[in-house]
Design a protein around this ligand. Sequence first.
Ligand code: NAD
Ligand code: XAI
Ligand code: MG
Ligand code: MG
Length: 347
Amino acid sequence: MAEMNFGGVIETVVTSKEFSLEKAREVLQNETIAVLGYGIQGPGQACNLRDNGFNVIIGQREGKTYDKAVADGWVPGKTLFSIEEAAAKGTIICMLLSDAGQISVWPKVKPYLTKGKALYYSHGFAINWSDRTGVVPPGDVDVIMVAPKGSGTSLRTMFREGRGLNCSYAVYQDATGKAEERTIAFGIGIGAGYLFKTTFEREATSDLTGERGSLMGAIEGLFEAQYQVLREHGHSPSEAFNETVEELTQSLAPLFGEKGMDWMYANCSTTAQRGALDWAPRFRDAIKPVMEWLYLSVKSGNEAQISIDSNSKPDYREKLNEELRQMRESEMWQAGMTVRKLRPENN
Ligand SMILES: NC(=O)c1ccc[n+]([C@@H]2O[C@H](COP(=O)([O-])OP(=O)(O)OC[C@H]3O[C@@H](n4cnc5c(N)ncnc54)[C@H](O)[C@@H]3O)[C@@H](O)[C@H]2O)c1
Ligand SMILES: CC(C)(O)[C@@H](O)C(=O)O
Ligand SMILES: [Mg+2]
Ligand SMILES: [Mg+2]
């Protein structure tokens, strides 16, 4: 554990300096890690763990993602099983199905949660909203979480590049007295950057807020608003897209990702700096009430319920794909496709 100063607040974090991969291997040497679900996080975590030398099996229903598991080298009957078979064999049972999928398989998995096993999550959802999910684990298993702060796709690609994705971790129930050690070892095993402590409740609320907010929902809303205003005032798609998205992802975001916002500002003109400094508080004040609304909608369980209801419908995947198609085919993102094609590295 290392004490770090986060903008004046001291927090305790874990990195592979304090908890090495060797130690993680030692802690989990007798465990069989059963990853249930092979969607986005399943492959990222399972492949990283396998490459790091842990004993991993997959539990996956037949279909597209089962085939993906086979293509990734998981062998039917050896390291790839049905959900029930993997749950029976696993000592750490990892719920990496979609949050709605976890609700429907819970009655099938629960009988295999025998004394001393660990029930592992990458989200606080199922446990925090147990009144809505019906997930109440038995009292004699550890209930633990490592929640990667990014896509499972990035977890894998960053691992392959020798980088790490930051993760939060939490222990909801420590039945064995070893839950925290098991959790941190797992986090190091999947290739965490640094691990910070949270609770299931805080992870669930911050995660749903972040993805609906600045990480996904708010950023798309911001892009659409600016793109539309530029287009309505006669600017070309190329100009509107460059001024809204392309410059941000290709030029400016890497600058503040690397050295902070003031560094990005300092590398822009004094005209840009003056205007951005004036307009940032206006945007903050306009957006903050919506953020507050969002947070309260998450906290009340409303957002979780919306997600459970929509994801449980038999045609939810088709409907979701249709919404994503509409986004992809909007003028802004079609313009983006052409802009991406024109990047010299893509020519
Ligand atoms: N997607 C991410 O990168 C990400 C990031 C951080 C945390 N998480 C969390 O990780 C967990 C897994 O998320 P994901 O996005 O990887 O999931 P996903 O939606 O990609 O997972 C789908 C998998 O679940 C299986 N599945 C779904 N419903 C099922 C059912 N009824 N019966 C059997 N199998 C079923 C599918 O076959 C598929 O393999 C969730 O708790 C999520 O909140 C995800
Ligand atoms: C990758 C995200 C957005 O951080 C995750 O929270 C998810 O639900 O996919
Ligand atoms: Mg999420
Ligand atoms: Mg997230």
